[in-house]
Design a binder for this molecule. Structure first.
Ligand SMILES: [Fe+2]
Length: 443
């Protein structure tokens, strides 16, 4: 056999072919061939011990690796796969997790692994935390992307999205939305779970959020138990005559069935709820601050007495694409639009959803409105055992540029040292009460 000299051109060529072929067989996350994408986290059960991880799988049999350390020595196959909106939506439901802990994860096939990401479970001690509440991220991607980038800077425990994710809920719109959601991931790979709410722009398919986020209750109402706080999510689109598309036809046959069942569930949960701090989130306001929006008569009639009776401290509303804080309110038929101020026991209403949807004029303030405005924003809420601090984080509007990337990301170490810490340089709304709205629990 003829020998090849190690410095000969032929040898060097063979060596380079060998090196290229070895490199091609190593899992390569930057490979152009796509195996999985559109990762999202959802809390559909106890936030202290569970997490749902969802993604789109293009090819291969996926296995999710996860664990407390970067070795990720546990693995699990998806419990559910749903072909929907042009995606193979894979769902892994992790249970029996430890509270207040970091978990790393990645999605692998035989040939390829995604980048490593991680999440944190909720504390089971009275440790403060921050969360983001916002909605109406439809229609103008450059606006919602600003908000997404800000999520990555703030490191909230979770995001309560108030509905109207996209304009019409089509395959293209959802795929784009989920691609853009990747920009909520922090530089060190931390992702943040969503608590999802059903808005009217999801009404084309009653089960849309079940198929995209594995929400177990197809009617999308739930209660999340944090250590010192209960967070209720309600569905305004179950209200008879409200909404459109298939909700309308369904309600024709079901009358008030679904709405009544939700209210009965809500009342029963409240009766048993021992938490002092209770928050509720839903899509359409009881009293919109936009004249052209219909009043929520049935929502007002059936929910506001429950809010007051059971001490809901904060109600988070969306839908109108504007900004508002109210005073703490008590339902009273003699008050303007059925409310009077009750600073001791009332519910404060905040909103109204403008995470990239076309901004609307705040033209319907009431005597009990604390302040209102019109710009893109979400709420950053700091939850402590005896109080809530609310900040409105602005990110420009259709005509005002805003560079979300210029905000310096809070590091995980900084947050671990002080859980209430927020990044410097956020553009906070300077409302009539200043940059922080404080809601304290009575003694
Ligand atoms: Fe809406």
């Amino acid at each position: 056999m003829k020998k090849i000299k190690i410095n000969s051109p032929k040898y060097l060529m063979l060596l380079s072919i060998l090196l290229v072929s070895v490199a091609c067989h190593q899992p390569n996350v930057s490979s152009k061939e796509q195996y999985s994408d559109k990762y999202r986290l959802v809390w559909n059960s106890d936030p202290k011990s569970t997490m749902t991880i969802a993604w789109n799988q293009y090819q291969g049999k996926p296995l999710l690796y996860y664990g407390r350390t970067q070795e990720m020595n546990q693995s699990i196959t998806p419990q559910r796969v749903v072909k929907y909106r042009g995606m193979n939506n894979n769902f892994v439901r992790l249970t029996h997790l430890e509270a207040d802990s970091k978990y790393y994860f990645k999605v692998c096939t035989q040939n390829n692994c995604s980048k490593a990401m991680y999440f944190k479970t909720a504390p089971n001690t009275p440790k403060p935390f921050t969360f983001i509440a916002g909605g109406d991220s439809r229609s103008i991607p450059r606006g919602r992307i600003r908000g997404n980038i800000l999520v990555s800077k703030i490191r909230p425990l979770f995001i309560a999205h108030g509905g109207d994710y996209t304009k019409s809920g089509t395959a293209n719109e959802w795929q784009r939305w989920l691609d853009e959601w990747q920009q909520t991931t922090s530089a060190d790979g931390r992702m943040y779970p969503l608590l999802v709410t059903h808005g009217n722009h999801e009404n084309k398919d009653h089960a849309m959020l079940n198929k995209l986020f594995d929400v177990p209750n197809v009617d999308v109402y739930s209660k999340m138990d944090f250590n010192f706080l209960s967070l209720y999510t309600l569905n305004t689109e179950l209200e008879p005559t409200v909404g459109y598309y298939d909700m309308v036809s369904k309600e024709k046959w079901n009358k008030h069935k679904k709405w009544d069942a939700q209210t009965a569930w809500f009342k029963k949960e409240l009766e048993q709820d021992k938490q002092k701090l209770k928050v509720v989130s839903y899509h359409r306001p009881l009293r919109p601050h936009k004249k052209s929006k219909a009043e929520g008569r049935l929502r007002y009639a059936e929910w506001s007495p429950l809010f007051y009776k059971y001490g809901i401290k904060l109600a988070i509303e969306c839908d109108s694409h504007l900004v508002k804080y109210t005073y703490p309110l008590k339902p009273d038929l003699l008050g303007e639009e059925g409310f009077v101020i009750d600073k001791e026991k009332g519910t404060t209403f905040i909103g109204e959803g403008s995470w990239g949807a076309p901004t609307r004029k705040n033209d319907d303030d009431k005597s009990w409105t604390l302040d209102s405005g019109s710009f893109w924003q979400f709420k950053l809420i700091t939850a402590m055992p005896n109080k809530l601090e609310i900040r409105t984080v602005k990110f420009g509007d259709e005509n005002r540029d805003y560079d979300a990337k210029s905000v310096k990301e809070l590091t995980q170490k900084e947050q671990d040292l002080k859980p209430t810490r927020i990044p410097k340089g956020l553009d906070l709304w300077d409302s009539k009460v200043g940059k922080v709205l404080r809601l304290e629990l009575g003694i």
